[in-house]
Design a protein. Structure first.
Lengths: 657, 93
């Protein structure tokens, strides 16, 4: 991994050996910690060893991958083999939310939660057949590069940068928040300090080596995260069913859950209102919103710049396509295991907690109750006495835990599985290291996307096109640092709004990028004016819908004909709009989520998380209409589009390095 | 297999026509397994997969469609490469 070309090619030739050695080393490290635990080393020390050892390894890779070449910094020298780019993309894609939160969402929502599983996998099909390989042939460093080239210069480039920053910044803030949360929970650091410790972990991976360093640390992080995710669930499956393949055995758990649900209803352990049958569809989302979420997440995947830019790094167009296949395979390994976590946890809760006498609750639960993550009878389940006292205040409580008494934070599902299975602490530490790897790797990819757009597109292409290489790289690193510190500062303030906005990224990317990218390759007649109008119209409408439904709901009702969203089961409005509009705060701007109308109004009963469903079609329509009104693009441009469509030959864009 | 590049407009047009047809074919499969099949989740859930005991509708959303997506991507990469080679526009190995 030296900066010389010969060192690089040695490294690339020996990738298999290097990462096999690394994986073996990691497993030996886990076993060594397991032995330390047996001889009585305290859990807190084991937690620190896990976090610091893994971050130290990422730091070593990051420092060894430092580079002074522009093409190495921006696209890893276009030398990352398909298989490894697939792993890096897997780590880039799977965030703290996927690692920690996905299983919890499936636990709470049952079948409806699968909208996220489908949405976050199916998009890769579109990446491969519609966009990724063509952008690789084009030879861009960033997504705005393509916008600028295809759509006549810096105005389109600027729009591309705006879309990119809007959809990446809230996302990266949430990742840094995730690193802080995991570090604080397992190391017992104050959250604010843990955020900046996480920031250090992120910067050592990316600051010196840009894309090259991020790529090779992401591969290392993928290995940690997938080992960490699969280990507890494989052991649990073996304990319960004698077969270590949880993805096959959890069908039985689902059958048991369904039987238990009926039993709980009959014995009065669950009220019909509190029970959401695990396999019953469309009780949390209406069918429209279920499919709207699937659609927006899929199209969003195919439009998010930090994902698309991973396919700029492969040696060829052919490898870019194969690489998308590997990416999805590596992502699939985690996503098809998440429902198993949910099912096993739910069975544990339904059989070992619900229906138990208050004094016979299993003790693993109290660790999470202390953190405020599990509540029984509305109070944190700290210990048996607290639970008994809390339930005494509930009128007519039968003295056993009922379903409606129990509430659990979704993050607990994955984190508590090692304890449910009765595994030693070392496995919990492993899970924490995996969650941290997931958050760090995604944060790195996003930060790089933002910083590269600012340094390459805004600084180099628009402000100072004659900047020498050394200065470009210094500016790139300074901007990376500035964006990272700003995001970390924001994360340390625990901004509830920003965290709730992460889902918006997909709709914003979908409305802003997708039509212009697709039409730029697939319809030669697309003109600059058409694309620019399309981006503004689509992205603008999407942003308008998001902001109005969340921050100006009164205005949405008053001036834009918005109505209440509907309850997916009963079809009744979730809020009485006429009554809410008479309240004194009806027209309040920028209200908190407690506002009676916030996030509860819209058009066509469409949740605002799926706002891209409005913006994207308008974007396509505008592009077609405005393009047809103007003159066709020049024959030179059309010839260049032909070049993009053929894998053979040099990249269309030739960067001077 | 690899034909020498014959960059005639006819060859390019033919290449792009086949590429487009392949794209729409995969888009149709994607749409079927991403959406259409899940619209029938309620009747499908009445069927239980033998031995594994998954309700079929749930299984398709949790695993079935995902497996199809992964397989599609490798098949697509192979098919598109074949089209490129047949028209002499594939990259050198």
């Amino acid at each position: 991994m030296a900066t010389q070309a010969s060192g690089t090619s040695d490294f690339l030739k020996n990738l298999g050996k290097i990462y096999a050695f690394y994986t073996g080393g990691f497993l030996v490290f886990v076993i060594a910690l397991a032995i330390l635990e047996q001889v009585g080393v305290p859990n807190r020390i084991l937690g620190y060893l896990f976090v610091f050892f893994t971050i130290a390894v990422y730091a070593v890779i990051g420092i060894m991958s430092r580079t002074a070449q522009v093409s190495e910094y921006y696209v890893a020298g276009r030398s990352v083999p398909a298989f490894y780019n697939g792993m890096a993309t897997g780590a880039d894609w799977m965030s703290a939310a996927s690692f920690v939160g996905m299983a919890g969402t499936l636990f709470l929502l049952g079948y409806d939660g699968l909208a996220w599983v489908l949405g976050w996998t199916g998009g890769f099909v579109l990446v491969s057949i519609l966009i990724g390989p063509y952008l690789r042939k084009f030879g861009a460093y960033t997504v705005p590069d393509f916008m600028s080239f295809r759509y006549g210069g810096n105005f389109a480039r600027m729009l591309g940068v705006i879309v990119l920053v809007c959809c990446s910044f809230t996302y990266v803030t949430a990742q840094i928040y995730g690193t802080g949360l995991i570090a604080s929970r397992f190391l017992g650091m104050p959250f604010e300090i843990a955020v900046f410790a996480g920031l250090a972990g992120i910067l050592v991976c990316s600051l010196l080596g840009g894309m090259r360093a991020v790529t090779w640390t992401q591969v290392a992080q993928y290995i940690v995260l997938i080992v960490a995710y699969l280990t507890p669930i494989v052991i649990l499956s073996y304990q319960k069913f004698g077969i270590p393949i949880p993805q096959l055995t959890y069908g039985n758990a689902i059958m048991d859950i369904t039987a238990r649900e009926q039993q709980m209803l009959q014995t009065g352990l669950a009220s019909a209102a509190a029970l959401k049958p695990h396999i019953q569809p469309f009780i949390n989302y209406s069918p429209l919103n279920f499919f709207a979420i699937v659609f927006c997440m899929m199209i969003g995947t195919a439009s998010l710049p930090h994902i698309l830019m991973r396919y700029f790094t492969t040696p060829s167009v052919r490898q870019a396509r194969v690489s998308v296949g590997w990416s999805l395979l590596f992502i699939f390994l985690l996503y098809f295991s998440a429902p198993a976590y949910a099912a096993f946890s739910k069975l544990e809760v339904y059989t070992e907690i619900i229906g138990r006498d208050l004094t016979a609750i299993r003790p693993w639960l109290f660790n999470w109750g202390e953190l405020g993550l599990i509540k029984i009878c509305g109070k944190d389940a700290i210990n048996i006495d607290a639970v008994v006292a809390a339930c005494k205040t509930v009128a007519g409580h039968p003295g056993v835990v009922r379903l409606q008494d129990f509430s659990i934070n979704t993050d607990v599902i994955v984190l508590s599985t090692p304890e449910i299975a009765g595994l030693p602490y070392v496995i919990s530490g492993l899970v924490a290291a995996g969650g941290l790897a997931a958050a760090l790797s995604t944060a790195d990819g996003l930060l790089l996307a933002i910083a590269n757009a600012l340094s390459h597109d805004v600084y180099y292409k628009m402000l100072d096109p004659n900047a020498p290489t050394a200065r470009r790289l210094i500016v790139a690193r300074i901007l990376l640092l500035v964006v990272a510190v700003f995001a970390a500062y924001l994360a340390s303030t625990k901004p509830a709004d920003i965290l709730a906005m992460v889902g918006w990224a997909f709709s914003l990317a979908m409305a802003g990028n997708f039509p212009a990218l697709i039409m730029g390759v697939w319809w030669k007649r697309t003109t600059s004016a058409g694309a620019i109008a399309g981006i503004i119209a689509g992205f603008g409408l999407c942003l308008f819908y998001l902001l109005t439904t969340r921050y100006f709901p009164g205005y949405g009702v008053q001036y834009f004909g918005m109505t209440s969203l509907l309850n997916p089961v009963t079809g009744a409005p979730v809020v009485d709009v006429a009554k809410a509009m008479t309240l004194p705060n009806a027209m309040e701007a920028w209200p908190t989520l407690a506002h009676p109308l916030a996030n509860k109004v819209g058009w066509f009963n469409l949740n605002n998380i799926a706002a891209g469903l409005l913006g994207m079609p308008i974007g396509f329509l505008t592009i077609v209409l405005v393009s047809l009104m103007g003159k066709a693009p020049s024959p030179e441009m059309q010839a260049l589009i032909d070049e993009i469509r053929k894998p053979r030959g040099r990249t269309v864009l030739q960067e001077k390095t | 297999m690899s034909v020498e590049p014959v960059s005639t407009p006819e060859n390019d047009r033919d290449h792009w026509r086949k590429t487009t047809r392949l794209m729409f074919g995969h888009l149709a499969v994607w749409f079927f397994f991403g959406y259409v099949i899940h619209m029938f989740v309620i009747p499908l859930n009445k069927i239980t997969i033998p031995v594994l005991n998954f309700p079929l509708g749930f299984y398709m959303a949790a695993q079935g469609s995902l497996i199809v997506f992964v397989a599609m991507l490798f098949i697509f990469a192979w098919q598109q490469d074949k089209i490129d080679r047949d028209h002499g526009v594939a990259e050198d190995e």
